[in-house]
Design a protein around this ligand. Structure first.
Ligand SMILES: Cc1cc2nc3c(=O)[nH]c(=O)nc-3n(C[C@H](O)[C@H](O)[C@H](O)COP(=O)(O)O)c2cc1C
Length: 181
C-alpha cells in the first residue's frame, strides 16, 4: 500500500474479533515502533505485549474510568481492550530522555498503529498519559516502575466492524505560511 493510503485508511476501531495475531505480524508491528525517531536517538521506550485475558480486562476497566464522561464510548472501548488478542502498552523512561520522552513514545505508537493497519489489523489509541490515578493503576497492572510514564495502550486485532469514514480539517485551515503573527 502507498504510505498516504495507509495513513488515510487507518481508523480507530474499538471492537475486535478474537483471531490471533501471528508472531510474524506482531514482530513487524513492534519493529515499526523500534524505528520511530527519538531525541538524539535515545529510544526511551518499552513496548509491553499483553496477551493475558485477565490483565487485558483489567486494563479495559481502567480505561473505562477515563471515558466515564463520554457514555457513548464507554460501552465500546473498554471491552475492546479485553477482547483484542494483543494489547501493546507504550511506556517511556524520562531517565533516558528527560526532554522529549512523550513525543518519542507517541511517534512509536503511531508507527505501530500504521503498520498494524497496513497488515490488516485495527487498533485504537487509549490515551492514558497524564491521567493521574488511571495511569498509576495501569502502571501497577503492568509492573511499570513509578519513574516511567505511560504513553498509550494500543489494542490490536481484526476489526469486528467497519468503521465510519472520518474527516479532517482541510489543509487551508491548518497550514500557515511562514508565521502566525
Ligand atoms: C493522544 C490520543 C488519545 C486518544 N485517546 C483515546 C481514548 O482514550 N479512547 C478512544 O476511544 N480513542 C482515543 N483516541 C482516538 C481518537 O478518538 C481518534 O484517533 C480520533 O477520533 C480520530 O479518529 P481516527 O483515529 O479514526 O482517524 C485517542 C487518540 C490520540 C491521538
Amino acid at each position: 500500500m502507498d504510505l498516504l493510503e495507509v495513513m488515510r485508511g487507518r481508523r480507530s476501531v474499538l471492537r475486535f474479533r478474537p483471531d490471533p495475531i501471528p508472531n510474524e505480524h506482531l514482530e513487524k508491528i513492534l519493529e515499526a515502533g523500534r524505528w520511530a525517531p527519538s531525541y538524539a536517538n535515545t529510544q526511551p521506550w518499552k513496548f509491553i505485549v499483553v496477551r493475558n485475558p485477565e490483565r487485558k480486562k483489567a486494563l479495559g476497566a481502567q480505561v473505562e474510568r477515563i471515558l466515564v464522561f463520554r457514555p457513548g464510548r464507554v460501552a465500546l472501548s473498554s471491552p475492546g481492550l479485553g477482547e483484542a488478542p494483543v494489547v501493546i502498552a507504550v511506556v517511556v523512561d524520562p531517565a533516558r530522555d528527560p526532554l522529549h520522552h512523550l513525543e518519542a513514545g507517541a511517534a512509536a505508537a503511531q508507527n505501530m498503529a500504521l503498520m498494524a493497519h497496513a497488515l490488516g489489523y485495527a487498533s485504537f489509541w487509549a490515551g492514558v498519559a497524564g491521567r493521574g490515578d488511571v495511569e498509576r493503576q495501569i502502571k501497577k497492572l503492568l509492573g511499570v516502575p513509578r519513574s516511567m510514564r505511560m504513553v498509550a495502550l494500543l489494542p490490536l486485532g481484526k476489526p469486528a466492524y467497519e468503521p465510519e469514514p472520518k474527516e479532517r480539517l482541510p489543509l487551508s485551515e491548518i497550514v500557515v505560511q511562514e508565521s502566525m503573527g
